[in-house]
Design a protein around this ligand. Structure first.
Ligand SMILES: [Zn+2]
Length: 474
C-alpha cells in the first residue's frame, strides 16, 4: 500500500506540474463566437480580457486552464460579437441642448453601440471634450470619432461650420481641424462652391485626412471620388450617380431651372440599372465607401402613413431634442399626394440600390443619422433598425453585420484594433441571446456589453435605460 502510493507520487512528480494560471480581469466562458468576417460561428469558446484589450480567445478548456479571472461570465447558449459602430450620428441643436446630447452617450451603450462617428453639427467643442473623457474613462459612452466642425460655403443654413470660399480658407480650416486632431473631415454643399469643394477634398487627401461629404449638384459623384472623397453620406447620392442624366439635371439645378425636389425626382425617374452598375464599379475602384442612412430615408418617406407619436424610444429623448424633430414632420405634412408618392418611389429605389452597391464592392458603413433634427431616428435603437433595413433590401445578415463592425474600423484606419473579438483587439463585445447570422434582429437581444473591458450585464444596461428615461422626463 505504502509502496504503491509512493509509486503514484513518483509518477505524479514526473508529470509536468500544472503551470500557474495567469490572472486576467474578465473571462467570458462557453460562448459561441460570431466570426463576422467569415460568417461562421465557433462553439464553446472563451475570451480572456485584460484591461481594455482581449488577451486571448480559444477553446473554453484551453483558456480556462490558462487564466483565472476576478470576474467570469457564463455565456452558455449565447452569441458573442464585436460591439456595433454607428458611422453617422450627430450631436447638436445648440448650446442649450448640450446636456441632452450628453445624456445620449449611455443610451448608445445600452443598445450595444460601442463606437460612433460624429458627422458634425453645432456643438463640436463639447463633442471633442466627450471624445477625450470617454477615452480616459471619465465618461460612460461609446468611443467617439468626430469630424469636428464641418466645412461649408459662406453663410450656410447650418450653424457651427467653418466657412470656406477660397483655397486659402480651406488651408486655414484644415490647419484648424488638424490642430483639433479630428478623425476625418466633413464637407457639405449648402453654399459651398463646387471648385472649393473639389479643392477641399483633394487637399484633405493630400494631408492624409479622410473626407466625407454631401456633393454639390454641379459635380458628379465620380468627380468627387476622383478628387479623393473617402465616403458618400446617404444613399440618395447613389441614386443620383446611377442616372445617365446626372450632369444634365445637375446643370439645370445649378442654373436655377429646377428646384431641389424636381432635381431629386429627375434622378429617380432617369435611374438606369445597367448604367448605375458601371458607375458603382468605378466608385469601388476609387475606394469610396457609402453610409446609406437607409432607415432615415424610410422614416421620412413614410411619415404620411406612420404615426411615431407612441414610439417607446421617444421616452429616452429629451424635450429639446424631441422638439427638433418637428420641422421634418411639419414639412412632411405639407407634402402633396404627388410628392408623397415620389418619396415612396425614391425609397423603394434606394432599397434596390443597396445590393447593387454590395455587388460592386463598395464598402457599406452602417450609420443612422440619429441625433437631432432627424425625427424618430433613435440614438442606439437606430443602428438595429438600419441593419434590419439592409436585410429587407436584400443584403445577407452577415453583410449587414460587416457594415456595423468591420468596414467602420477599416474606413478610419483602425482595423488592427477593432472589427473582431480576436486576441489583441479592443474589448468591445456584445453578448446576444440569439445568432445574428440567422436573424439580424438578434442584435437587439443584448444580454450584456463589454466596453473598454468593463462588463455590463442586462441589469446594468437596463439601469442606463432607466436613467436616460428619467433624465429625458425632467
Ligand atoms: Zn447627417
Amino acid at each position: 500500500m505504502i509502496r504503491s502510493l509512493a509509486g503514484l507520487a513518483a509518477l505524479l512528480a514526473v508529470a509536468a506540474p500544472a503551470a500557474p494560471k495567469q490572472p486576467t480581469d474578465l473571462l467570458i466562458r462557453h460562448a459561441t463566437i460570431v466570426d463576422v468576417a467569415s460568417g461562421k460561428t465557433i462553439a464553446n469558446q472563451a475570451i480572456a480580457v485584460t484591461g481594455d484589450t482581449i488577451r486571448a480567445r480559444g477553446s473554453d478548456s484551453a483558456i480556462s486552464r490558462q487564466y483565472t479571472a476576478k470576474e467570469s461570465v457564463d455565456a452558455t447558449g449565447k452569441f458573442v460579437m464585436p460591439g456595433l459602430w454607428d458611422m453617422h450620428v450627430h450631436f447638436g441643436g445648440g448650446p442649450e441642448l448640450i446636456e441632452e446630447n450628453k445624456n445620449l452617450l449611455p443610451l448608445y451603450v445600452a443598445y450595444g453601440v460601442t463606437t460612433v462617428r460624429d458627422c458634425a453639427a453645432d456643438i463640436s467643442p463639447s463633442v471633442l471634450e466627450w471624445r477625450a473623457q470617454v477615452a480616459s474613462g471619465q465618461l460612460l459612452g461609446p468611443r467617439i470619432f468626430t469630424s469636428g466642425p464641418k466645412l461649408e460655403g459662406y453663410k450656410p443654413i447650418w450653424k457651427g461650420t467653418i466657412e470656406v470660399g477660397t483655397p486659402a480658407d480651406v488651408n486655414a480650416a484644415l490647419d484648424r481641424l488638424q490642430a483639433m486632431k479630428v478623425d476625418f473631415v466633413k464637407i457639405t454643399d449648402n453654399t459651398l462652391k463646387p471648385d472649393i469643394f473639389l479643392y477641399a477634398v483633394h487637399e484633405a487627401k493630400r494631408r492624409g485626412m479622410k473626407s466625407s461629404a454631401h456633393t454639390p449638384y454641379a459635380l458628379t459623384i465620380v468627380q468627387a471620388a476622383v478628387a479623393g472623397l473617402s465616403s458618400v453620406e446617404h444613399v440618395d447620392y447613389l441614386i443620383r450617380a446611377g442616372s445617365p442624366k446626372e450632369v444634365e439635371i445637375g446643370v439645370q439645378y445649378a442654373a436655377g431651372k429646377l428646384t431641389y425636389g424636381q432635381a431629386s425626382d429627375g434622378f429617380v425617374e432617369t435611374f438606369d440599372k445597367a448604367y448605375a452598375a458601371g458607375v458603382y464599379r468605378e466608385l469601388a475602384r476609387r475606394h469610396i465607401a457609402v453610409t446609406p442612412t437607409l432607415n432615415m430615408s424610410r422614416i421620412l418617406a413614410y411619415l404620411d402613413r406612420e404615426d411615431h407619436s407612441k414610439d417607446a424610444a421617444l421616452a429616452y429623448i429629451g424635450p429639446g431634442l424631441r422638439k427638433t424633430y418637428e420641422w421634418r414632420v411639419e414639412r412632411a405634412a405639407k407634402a402633396t399626394s404627388a410628392e408623397v408618392a415620389a418619396r415612396h418611389r425614391k425609397y423603394e429605389l434606394s432599397r434596390q440600390v443597396m445590393p447593387m452597391l454590395v455587388a460592386a464592392g463598395i464598402p457599406i458603413l452602417a450609420g443612422t443619422d440619429a441625433g437631432y433634427l432627424n425625427s424618430f431616428n433613435y440614438p442606439g435603437q437606430g443602428i438595429h433598425d438600419e441593419l434590419q433595413r439592409y436585410v429587407e433590401s436584400g443584403l445577407t445578415a452577415q453583410q449587414a453585420l460587416v457594415s456595423a463592425t468591420i468596414t467602420g474600423p477599416a474606413f478610419l484606419g483602425h482595423s488592427d484594433r477593432y472589427g473582431s473579438t480576436a486576441a489583441g483587439k479592443a474589448a468591445d463585445i456584445l453578448i446576444l441571446d440569439a445568432n445574428p447570422l440567422n436573424d439580424i434582429n438578434a442584435t437587439r437581444s443584448i444580454r450584456g456589453v463589454v466596453l473598454y473591458g468593463k462588463w455590463m450585464d442586462r441589469g446594468a444596461l437596463d439601469a442606463l435605460l432607466a436613467e436616460a428615461k428619467a433624465k429625458a422626463a425632467q
